[in-house]
Write a protein that binds this ligand. Structure first.
Ligand code: NAP
Ligand code: MG
Length: 405
């Protein structure tokens, strides 16, 4: 069988721990036998980030800008324990945070739906796509420990040196403060990418924030969404028979749980971070949630929504077999192939991406799956496989699908 050729390289961002192990298995078993793979490789493993003073993360993000499509493995965001574990020079920032602030845009997370893995929420029939704003707020905040009595103010100084100030709090004793920001440019592109994605997927769009309490900050998001809808998308949405719906975040969570699914749920950065883990878990497993960062400039970065699965990795290091689920990481690769193929006019690559997804779903639906799914499946005779055997099953199925086509 001739291997599928690629015109333009994918930006490949390798990562950490168990997902780094899966990354190699996926390449060896599911990609290299079928595709004449072209990538520009960046090692975002924590050790290499430390060696390069985190330069590699910035270089990788810039490469994503150059080539347009990247695929990323999960990476460790260091905390104090990791600084000790890896003997780090610094507590490096979250690579995802760094990449997002360079590419801007919105993270869309979609659960992989398979027969036999039923959502915990009985009413959910269709996927809920989570759209998380990927810039600013608490992720780019300045924070301060307030040691004791005193007044804390927000001060803005314009280019001419004029100032405007707002008292945050008159402290009587110690406490904490946080100052966060966002940019009109980023909120506009967030709104536009949400409307564009919803139209593309023919799904309703919901947006929720806390504008009743945050009368300037969250309200501003709400007004921008309204403006973009009325001026740019209303007609198209009506033509497609889809709708835009704004509601308060607390009303939204209540409605989401009673809904059938089948819509894009847009959220601010923090709400999107938290709610996407909740929605992913409620759809069955965090390991079945895919994630793509769509920048307003047309760059795409695909990854799994979960982390490096540290607990499994420590078992793997002790020589134990682990049954870590590679689905979301496989779908990161397939998503990247489909987008690369679409951009390059390479239908064979698009088709390969779809077949890789089909083969993976077929294997699960045939009753062979990793432990996280085996423990919750409604299929009668499910078999729990370790990661390697599961990936080999996918390879066998993929070989059949490729031969048939
Ligand atoms: P995690 O890696 O997502 O894993 C949390 C737990 O969820 C696991 O212990 C496992 O549960 C289950 N799980 C997640 N993915 C799974 C999979 N593919 N197959 C089977 N089970 C899976 O989150 P974490 O342990 O909080 O974080 C570990 C590291 O990942 C941290 O250093 C964090 O900074 C990093 N992180 C990176 C990203 C990213 O790069 N996008 C995102 C989040 C976290 P059981 O142990 O019960 O089996
Ligand atoms: Mg998170």
């Amino acid at each position: 069988m001739d291997k599928i050729t690629m015109n333009t390289p994918l930006v490949e961002m390798d990562g950490d721990e168990m997902t780094r192990v899966l990354w190699k298995m996926i390449k060896d078993e599911l990609i290299l036998p079928f595709v004449d793979l072209k990538t520009e490789y960046y090692d975002l493993g924590l050790k290499h980030r430390d060696e390069t003073g985190d330069r590699v993360t910035i270089d990788a993000a810039n490469a994503a800008k150059k080539y347009g499509v990247a695929v990323k493995c999960a990476t460790i965001t260091p905390n104090k324990a990791r600084v000790e574990e890896y003997g780090l020079k610094e507590m490096w920032k979250s690579p995802n945070g760094t990449i997002r602030s360079i590419l801007d845009g919105t993270v869309f997370r979609t659960p992989i739906i398979v027969k036999g893995i039923e959502p915990y929420v009985r009413s959910w029939k269709k996927p809920i796509v989570m759209a998380r704003h990927a810039y600013g707020d608490v992720y780019k905040a300045a924070e301060m420990r307030i040691p004791g009595e005193g007044t804390c103010e927000l001060v803005f100084k314009d280019a001419d040196g004029n100032t405007a100030a707002e008292v945050i709090h008159k402290f009587k004793g110690p406490g904490v403060v946080q100052g966060m920001h966002n940019l009109d440019s980023s909120i506009y592109s967030f709104a536009r990418s949400c409307f564009a994605y919803a139209a593309d997927q023919r799904m309703d769009l919901w947006f929720a924030s806390k504008d009743t309490i945050s009368k300037k900050y969250d309200q501003h998001f709400k007004l921008i969404f309204e403006e973009i809808y009325n001026n740019e998308y209303k007609e198209l949405f009506e033509k497609l028979g889809i709708s835009y719906f704004y509601t308060l975040i607390d009303d939204a969570v209540a409605r989401v749980v009673k809904s059938e699914g089948g819509f894009v749920w847009a959220l601010k950065n923090y709400d999107g971070d938290v709610m996407s883990d909740l929605v992913a878990s409620a759809f069955g497993s965090l390991a079945m949630m895919t994630s793509v960062l769509v920048s307003p400039h047309g760059y795409y970065e695909y990854e799994a929504a979960h982390g490096t699965v540290q607990r499994h990795y420590y078992r793997y290091l002790k020589g134990e077999q682990t049954s870590t689920n590679p689905m979301a990481t496989i779908f990161a690769w397939s998503g990247a192939f489909k987008k690369r193929g679409e951009m390059d006019g390479n239908p064979a690559l698009v088709k390969f991406g779809s077949m890789l997804e089909q083969a993976s779903i077929d294997v699960i639906e045939s009753g062979k799956m990793t432990g996280d799914l085996a423990s919750i499946t409604t299929l009668p005779d499910a078999v729990s496989l370790n990661s390697k055997d599961f990936i080999r099953e996918i390879r066998a199925r993929l070989t059949v699908l490729m031969a048939e086509s």
